[in-house]
Write a protein that binds this ligand. Sequence first.
Ligand code: ATP
Length: 214
Amino acid sequence: MSELHALLGGTFDPVHYGHLRPAEALAQQIGLKRVLLLPNNVPPHRPQPEASPRQRVDMLRCAISDRPLFEIDTRELMRETPSWTVATLEALRAERGPQQPLGFIIGQDSLLSLSGWHRWQELLSLCHLLVCKRPGYAAEMESPEMQCWLEDHLAVSAQQLHQQPAGFIWLADTPLVDISATEIRQRRHQKLPCDDLLPPAVIDYIDRTGLYLK
Ligand code: ATP
C-alpha cells in the first residue's frame, strides 16, 4: 500500500500559519507524509485575489522552503478556466491509481459549506476529507441530513485513512489558529504589523513587492 498523501487547496492570498500549522499538526497526528498545496484559480465572477497567481505561488515557495512536508501543485493555475475540486481530485486519482490513499485537507469553515460544492457527494469516492479545526465555526453541520452524512463517514482510527484509498472523514484535533488571509490583507492596508501571522520569508516577500498596500 502506498503512502497517504493529501491536498490542501486555497487562494493563499497570502499563505499563513492558519494553513501551515494545522496541516503540520494533522500530518504528525495521522502519519501524513506529503501535503500538496494547491493554489486555486479564482472564477472571474468572484472577487479576484489581490496577489497575482505568480505572486501567490512565490509566497507559497517562500513559506515552504524550510518545510519539507509541503510541495506546490500549480495544476489549477495552469488552466485558463477555474477547476472544480472534484475534477482536480479525479485527475490526481487518475495519476496516482485507485489504491493510493489520498486526503483533501479543509478547515471547519469549508466542511460547513461543503454541500454547496460542485458534485460534493463524489468527493469521498476520490479521497478522504481531513478536517482541521478553525475558531469561530460551528462544530455541527447546518442540517440534520448533513450531520448524518458526516457521522456515517467518520473514521474511528487514523489507520483507516492508510488502509483505504478514500471514503472517510477525519475530524482532526488540530490547534485553533485564529488567522485569515482577509485579516492579513486588512492589517497591511492599515500598515499594521503581521508578525506571528505568517512566516517571516513571506512577510519579506510582501514587503519587497509592496503587496497589499493599496
Ligand atoms: P480569505 O480570508 O482570503 O477568505 P482564508 O484565510 O480563509 O482566505 P483560504 O486560502 O481561502 O484562506 O483557505 C484555504 C483552506 O484553508 C480552506 O479549507 C480553509 O478552511 C483553510 N483555512 C484557512 N485558514 C484557516 C485557519 N486559520 N484554520 C484552519 N483552516 C484554515
